[in-house]
Design a protein around this ligand. Sequence first.
Ligand SMILES: C[S@@+](CC[C@H](N)C(=O)[O-])C[C@H]1O[C@@H](n2cnc3c(N)ncnc32)[C@H](O)[C@@H]1O
Length: 288
Amino acid sequence: MTPPDYEYLRKLLKDQSGLDLSADKQYLIESRLVPLSRKCGLSGIAELVQKMKSGSASIVAQVVEAMTTNETFFFRDKVPFDHFRDTVMPEILQARSARKGIRIWCAAGSTGQEPYSLAMCLKEMGAALSGWRVEIVATDLSQEVLEKSKSGIYSQFEVQRGLPIQMLVKYFKQNGEFWQLNADIRAMVQHRQLNLLHDFSQLGTFDVIFCRNVLIYFDQETKINIFTRLAGTTEGDGFLVLGAAETVVGLTDAFKPYPERRGLYRPNDSRTTRMPGGGPKFATAAGM
Ligand SMILES: C[S@@+](CC[C@H](N)C(=O)[O-])C[C@H]1O[C@@H](n2cnc3c(N)ncnc32)[C@H](O)[C@@H]1O
């Protein structure tokens, strides 16, 4: 790959998806884009770049998608889901006892293991949520991962990563080499394509936002911008959950760490960016 082609791709990826590649990541681009160029019937990265420069929106979208890292698994890192069950949900059950509704957003839900882990956590709570409206909104930049998430179909390898065997037996049906989540769990999650670089205020406000393992790919300025806008979509008594390598500390005071709960944050009372209102913004919400 020529240095000008690398610079072109680096800038395009930063502008389109926030991906912040350092000057020495040629191998990463080559490992993802050489196979893509072959799939598109092109001779290599130089021709791919030519097509992009001549305005092929479809090639640009495929390049951006090919450069996303979609790694995820059920109950990833475990601790955030313990916090969700033991700290977040008890507070929400009390705070929302009149409204009997909860809105959760997985802001980079990838192939669905994260939103469906939350759905299974809520299902496990049984009678405590009886009569509640539960909305889990899973968004991602990549349409391809969203399609897989919607299907709720996972390989043997995928269900063996992080998912307790009792939950596999209880919430999945086996179909040949694959496992599909039961329809009632799938119905708890709504899917939307969404780029975190763009306005997301149309989603409304949420009680809980999981935004894990995506901000690590962005530069500081982009992280700060997204944190500010996330604060605007979090209820004043809501929660933000970040990935193990992510923090708001040193970047923004829009959120503050929840004491003794690593990765869990609450909006700061002093901020002024929150949007008014909230409540369900979509037509469907699963009743429990
Ligand atoms: C490593 S996965 C994390 C999945 C899940 N949150 C977890 O922690 O297991 C990162 C996801 O972020 C998505 N992504 C990357 N850039 C994005 C952007 N600008 N807006 C929305 N999603 C993005 C990718 O498509 C990918 O599915």
